[in-house]
Design a protein around this ligand. Sequence first.
Ligand SMILES: Nc1ncnc2c1ncn2[C@@H]1O[C@H](COP(=O)(O)OP(=O)(O)OP(=O)(O)O)[C@@H](O)[C@H]1O
Length: 338
Amino acid sequence: MTGNNAIEVKGLTKKFGDFTAVDNISFNVNEREIFGFLGPNGAGKSTTIRMLCTLARPTSGDALVNGYDLVKEAVKVRESIGLVSEKMIMYEQLTAAENLRFFGNLYAMPKQKIEARIDELLKLVNMTEWKNTQIKKYSTGMRQRINVVRALLTEPKIIFMDEPTLGLDPQTTLSIRELIRDINRNGTTVILTTHAMVEAEALSNRIAIIDHGKIIALDTPHELKKLVKGNDLTMFNARISNLTPVMIEKIKALDCVAAIAQPDAYDLKISARGSDGLDRIIDTIRANGGNIAAFNTTEPTLEDVFLSVTGKEMRDQANEKATARHRHGPRAPKARVR
Ligand SMILES: Nc1ncnc2c1ncn2[C@@H]1O[C@H](COP(=O)(O)OP(=O)(O)OP(=O)(O)O)[C@@H](O)[C@H]1O
């Protein structure tokens, strides 16, 4: 390995007993890029990030982070990175400044540096006037912004973010995404895990799609989508005002149909092979009494890419997970052992 990249990973593997959570993955992250890890629940994203942050020891494989060996120079790795984990680490009774000061002291930063950095970071997230307000009085979005900038205190060259918008409302999600872009524009390399395809696509220069502990595709969003096109698949959106489960079954049964998803009550997303796919699908809908309100071809999404490379959908598993998190409150910490 050369050490010219922000991160270089070679054959990284993590086993828990007989179970392989991360399976011999290799990839590089360029300096100053936003690198997304996209995959369903349990794919191995968090375990990968935890290894790269030295929170979990690899079973085998090597990695250089900021040029430091993950295992032999773990302290140096730790000093050169920031981590925004799923767990919110903030003291409710303390103000933003007091929280940040506390962490600055933990990192043994010089006092003056801490104060300057607190002002800079609060400015970055437009929260200067909240500096001396207790965290317990903050909205969820404000807490998350402070949680994110906490990881930037030491001016790390790389910041890891594990599902940074999980459980946040849409408006807060957008503001955190904008913050991630700002952080990156300021020169920080960002490694991000998400199960939200829209998020991966909106933010990442490159995306590694991970499933069952393996990287199954890695490229820019644009190039990843070509994987679907290369498979002779055409994507259709169909809006059927009287859509029934029977119609869906009939369409699914067509041999030209590679995949079908129902994003809501009246809409279908269908990917089909061959030049007569469109005609056959329309004929089938009509033959089953369907009223077609709209029908158009679409560009493939990352969901389609996932479907194309794994043969299964990612969305259902991802939704299940988001719902479960909401039920148990946002950002519930996961029990983990090293
Ligand atoms: N400490 C652990 N002990 C045993 N198994 C674990 C441990 N940590 C993770 N796993 C298992 O490893 C697999 C990968 O988990 P990981 O958390 O990395 O996935 P993920 O892609 O981040 O998904 P999620 O967002 O749900 O955490 C899962 O099957 C998980 O149950």
